[in-house]
Design a protein around this ligand. Structure first.
Ligand SMILES: C[S@@+](CC[C@H](N)C(=O)[O-])C[C@H]1O[C@@H](n2cnc3c(N)ncnc32)[C@H](O)[C@@H]1O
Length: 281
């Protein structure tokens, strides 16, 4: 790699960290080069990347920059034991009790995770034959994935194998066949009942404070996003999120994430499933 490419990559890393808190490891050069190409496409820009980065440093194209460098991999019912725990342990506590369960999905990407949370609510209702009032706030820093999520249309080929046996996708999606250059593809569209349960909004987990009240949520999903932060920043984010979780509320983390300092304030009740016992004092 030439010196100038190295300098460009260092500048990208610094900018990305200051805007999002995301830390890119030293072995990510190929990824950074690909994302720089994506950034140029997103900005409709064919000139020198050094000038583009200068312009970003001055506050231009920030959304395009952030959207180009996030990694949005997700799928329906990823780590499905978390949704089973939600359906079988948490949601029955809210059946017919008049209290709305307030849930938060803190890095919702293209929406498969919050829609899986919503489907778990409907499954719990049907299983218990009781009403459950529920709402989900789903946030991400990337505005393009939030738009995709709010639209709620997915390619069936990608989604079909992602549903666990206890979910019948036809209950929650309408199918539509669409012709394109490659032939035909099946699209599935999320039904309005699921959509109504979820509010999508942009939010940066790296912000100093979050726009929620203390103890607002009964459930927080924070999965497969902390891995993009340094250990110190992961701890800071977890502590900020924790303020908004009720005592007795549940925190779900991704498979390679851990509760850091929160370990003294939670009880582990399953694989990366933690129930809050007390506030941090
Ligand atoms: C790999 S996806 C994980 C999606 C989902 N939680 C899951 O487990 O399948 C990570 C998401 O975190 C988002 N993200 C990264 N940095 C963020 C930040 N500082 N604030 C909010 N979201 C962020 C990305 O935009 C991306 O959509």
């Amino acid at each position: 790699m030439s010196n100038s490419t190295q300098e460009i990559h260092e500048k990208v890393k610094k900018l990305l960290y200051s805007l999002t808190g995301i830390t890119l490891a030293d072995n990510k050069d190929i990824m950074i080069s690909n994302r720089i190409d994506k950034l140029k496409r997103n900005c409709n820009y064919n000139g020198d990347v050094v000038d583009l980065l200068k312009s970003i440093e001055q506050g231009n194209h920030l959304t395009e920059f952030i959207n180009s460098f996030t990694t949005n991999k997700t799928h329906f019912f990823r780590e499905d034991f978390h949704f089973l725990d939600l359906k079988d342990r948490v949601l029955p506590m809210f059946a017919n009790n008049g209290n709305k369960i307030q849930m938060y999905c803190s890095a919702s990407s293209t929406g498969e995770e919050p829609y899986s949370m919503a489907m778990s609510v409907f499954e719990a209702k049907d299983q218990l034959n009781k009403n459950i009032l529920a709402s989900i706030i789903a946030t991400d820093i990337d505005t393009s994935v939030l738009e995709y999520a709010a639209n709620g249309i997915y390619r069936y080929s990608k989604s079909s194998k992602e549903f666990p046996s206890w979910i019948k996708p036809q209950k929650y999606f309408k199918r539509r066949v669409q012709k394109n250059l490659a032939g035909e593809e099946v699209l599935i569209k999320v039904n309005d009942e699921l959509k109504r349960m979820i509010t999508f909004q942009v939010m940066n987990l790296n912000d100093n404070t979050y726009p929620f009240s203390s103890h607002q949520f009964d459930v927080i999903f924070c999965r497969n996003v902390l891995i993009y932060f340094s250990s110190e920043d992961q701890n800071k984010i977890l502590k900020k999120l924790f303020k908004h979780l009720k005592i007795g509320g549940t925190l779900y983390l991704g498979h390679s994430e851990n509760p850091q300092d929160l370990v003294h304030y939670v009880k582990r009740v399953g694989q990366n499933i933690f129930v809050k016992e007390k506030d941090i004092i």
